[in-house]
Design a protein around this ligand. Structure first.
Ligand code: AMP
Length: 281
């Protein structure tokens, strides 16, 4: 499994493939790959002739220095996982390659970045939009694959690729969970066993309100209250946000009459975990 570090190298590779008439799928990641990433790579491999996986921990999307510095990495493990999932090459640029001296351009989006993760992580989505735009321009894929685990990120990426006429098809992929329901995340490796057990409260709360909707509760405030109450029973859980929103606009809704998205970010100890679930289908 080749790991290419420079923009020129990956461009040359893609050019050769395009000259051969191959379609190119792209899976952007921050590395420390797990089964959730694997599902994206496998889907990309099933729909494209060639698959590029990028591994880049993008400093511009971190609002917390410690979070950036302690982000896990394991390029050897990543190489094995990409190989097993049917990927063809890893693009793992250095920060200097992506943001050389004098770098001064940012891609910003209006509206969609204000709620949920955007409300508490200042500049996060500007960093995401900037890096993903750069990666799209470098890799020029036919299709790019993103997880619904980062639901807001997926909505934002769909929006700016459309707005900027970037010729790439954005494909959303379902959340992959541990057997016990915990959404897979590279950040789960930061949790102790005890914290992992306590983190299950997140999926339990989502399941409870999904069931409440099924049983007839429509009041979003009541649903949110119950979810918050449940998560708060765990001593080390600190809710960053818990919202019920329209899955298309991400705007808060008052009543769950049709498909709605319950989305949350919760600190378990020092580790911030996100999860979401469609309720009211
Ligand atoms: P990350 O490395 O966390 O930036 O994630 C890279 C991509 O993998 C993003 O599109 C994520 O939404 C996706 N992803 C991460 N965890 C999961 C998961 N448990 N299920 C599905 N997709 C995921």
């Amino acid at each position: 499994m080749d790991v290419l570090r420079s923009v020129d190298e990956i461009r040359r590779k893609v050019q050769i493939w395009k000259n051969e008439g191959y379609s190119v799928g792209f899976v952007p990641t921050m590395g420390y790959l797990h089964e959730g990433h694997k599902s994206l790579i496998e889907k990309a491999a099933s729909e494209n002739d060639k698959v590029i996986v990028s591994v880049f921990v993008n400093p511009k999307q971190f609002d917390n220095k410690t979070d950036l510095e302690t982000y896990p990495s394991n390029i050897q493990g990543d190489k094995e996982l990409v190989e097993n999932a049917g990927g063809d090459v890893i693009f793992a640029p250095t920060t200097a390659e992506m943001y050389p001296n004098g770098f001064a351009t940012l891609v910003d989006i209006e509206g969609l970045d204000k709620e949920l993760c955007g409300a508490t992580r200042t500049g996060h989505f500007r960093g995401v939009c900037t890096v993903v735009t750069k990666l799209f321009l470098i890799v020029a894929p036919d299709r790019a694959y993103f997880g619904e685990k980062d639901f807001q990120q997926l909505a934002i990426i769909k929006r700016f690729t459309k707005d900027l006429n970037i010729p790439v098809e954005i494909v959303g992929c379902p959340i992959v969970r541990e057997e016990n329901g915990l959404a897979m995340s590279s950040r789960n490796s930061k949790l102790s066993l005890e914290e992992k057990r306590k983190a299950l409260i997140i999926i339990e709360a989502l399941n409870v309100i999904k069931e409440m909707v099924y049983q007839g509760t429509v009041d979003a405030e009541e649903l949110k209250k119950e979810a918050v109450r449940k998560i708060s029973t765990i001593d080390i859980a600190k809710i960053d946000y818990f919202e019920i929103v329209d899955p298309d606009t991400l705007e808060k809704i008052d009543e769950v009459r049709e498909k709605a998205l319950a989305a949350t970010a919760v600190f378990i100890g020092k580790t911030r975990l996100i999860d979401n679930m469609i309720i009211g289908e």
